[in-house]
Design a protein around this ligand. Structure first.
Ligand code: ADP
Ligand code: MG
Length: 147
C-alpha cells in the first residue's frame, strides 16, 4: 500500500483499529522516520484512546487504557544488543492489542501469530507492506487490505 501523507498513514491505522481484538500483535519495521509511530497514533484515534501517541523510544512501553480496547505500544529500539528481562510478555498477546516497533530487538518475545508491517520512505510517500503470519495474522492482513 502507498500513503502520500501523514494523515493517510494515520487513516490506515484507524481502519485497522476497527478489526482489533485482545491478543493481537502488530510488528512495525522500517527506518527512523518511516512512519511507524504515526501509524500507531492513527490506531489510537480509532480506538478512541483519548491521548496523543508519543514515541515511546525513551520509555520502551506505553499503555493506553482509555479506549475501546487496551493498546500497548512497545518501541524496542533502545534494547538493541541487550538481553534484558523486562516482563514485556505480559503485554504481548495479553488483554489488548500490542504494537511493536523494532521487533528484531526482542525476537524471542515475538509470538507465532502476528501482523507484520514494513514501512519504506519514498520521497514524501510511504510504501507499506503487510504480511499476516498464522491464522489471526492472515485474517488481519485480509481485513486491512479490504479483501
Ligand atoms: P518512526 O516511528 O517510523 O520513526 P514517525 O512516525 O515517528 O516514524 O515519523 C514519521 C515522520 O514522517 C513524521 O514526522 C511524519 O510527519 C512524516 N511523514 C511524512 N509523510 C508521511 C507519511 N506518508 N506517512 C507517515 N509519516 C509521514
Ligand atoms: Mg517510532
Amino acid at each position: 500500500m502507498i500513503t502520500n501523507s501523514k494523515e493517510e498513514t494515520k487513516a490506515l491505522g484507524e481502519k485497522l483499529a476497527a478489526y482489533l481484538r485482545p491478543g493481537d500483535v502488530i510488528l512495525l519495521s522500517g527506518d527512523l522516520g518511516a512512519g511507524k509511530t504515526t501509524f500507531v497514533s492513527g490506531v489510537a484515534e480509532g480506538l478512541k484512546c483519548g491521548e496523543d501517541v508519543i514515541s515511546p523510544t525513551f520509555n520502551i512501553l506505553k499503555c493506553y487504557f482509555n479506549g475501546t480496547l487496551p493498546m500497548y505500544h512497545i518501541d524496542a529500539y533502545r534494547l538493541e544488543g541487550q538481553n534484558m528481562e523486562l516482563g514485556l510478555e505480559e503485554y504481548i498477546e495479553g488483554d489488548g492489542a500490542c504494537f511493536i516497533e523494532w521487533p528484531k530487538y526482542i525476537e524471542s518475545l515475538i509470538p507465532d501469530e502476528r501482523l507484520e508491517m514494513y514501512l519504506f520512505h519514498e520521497g514524501n510517500s510511504r510504501r507499506i507492506e503487510i504480511k499476516g503470519v498464522g491464522k489471526r495474522g492472515e485474517e488481519l492482513e485480509k481485513e486491512l487490505k479490504g479483501l
